[in-house]
Ligand binder design. Structure first.
Ligand code: ZN
Length: 189
């Protein structure tokens, strides 16, 4: 959308004036009012996980992580095979958590909080985290933190394998996820 059309959608220049001068504050409020609220906003807003992990989830929720399917769309040459499990599918749904490696990792923190199920695709898992983010219970807060730190650690592992050809064993990644959540739980749960 052109900038002029965007301004029109926000109510036009007149709606952003204070004493006949442009007000950035008023422009921000107009944009905020018009913007659609996303279903996963609480996963970001009420999340006690580390800021860098929340940022990665924020990117993932908007399908903005540089996964191979996106790189190929931009005509960047890369191998479409998942380096974590040799599957030919590298879309975000596979990476979180249909991939054999990431599914093994994610199942462990779930078991720790007494949830016994296999990981699903990213959108299903994000919806599950959204439902938990609406709850104020300690267990729900910990669930959202575990989800967030798992996404971060697995994205990090994917990058380590892609660029440095190193990969931690799933049990070691699980321990790191639990440690990251445990240290922040002491501060804020
Ligand atoms: Zn895989």
């Amino acid at each position: 959308m052109a900038a002029r059309d965007q301004v029109r959608a926000y109510g036009g220049w007149q709606s952003m004036l204070v004493n006949e001068s442009f007000s950035i504050h008023k422009a921000y409020l107009r944009m905020k009012a018009v913007s659609d609220r996303v279903s996963w906003r609480r996963v970001i807003k009420d999340n006690r996980a580390s800021p860098r992990s929340v940022f990665i989830v924020w990117l993932a929720a908007q399908q903005r992580l540089a996964t191979t399917d996106r790189l190929l769309k931009w005509h960047i040459q890369c191998n479409p095979v998942c380096k974590l499990c040799d599957d030919k599918n590298k879309i975000i749904e596979h990476l979180f958590f249909e991939c054999q490696y990431t599914n093994t990792v994610w199942s462990h923190p779930l078991r720790v909080i007494n949830i016994h199920r296999r990981g699903q695709g990213f959108n299903m898992e994000l919806q599950a985290a959204c439902r938990k983010a609406h709850s104020k219970t300690r267990k729900a807060r910990i669930y959202v933190m575990l989800f967030t730190e798992a996404i971060y650690m697995l994205w990090h592992q994917r990058n380590q394998k892609t660029f440095c050809n190193t990969l931690m064993q799933p049990d070691r990644v699980c321990k790191d996820i639990l440690f990251r959540v445990a240290t922040r739980c002491k501060q804020c749960c």
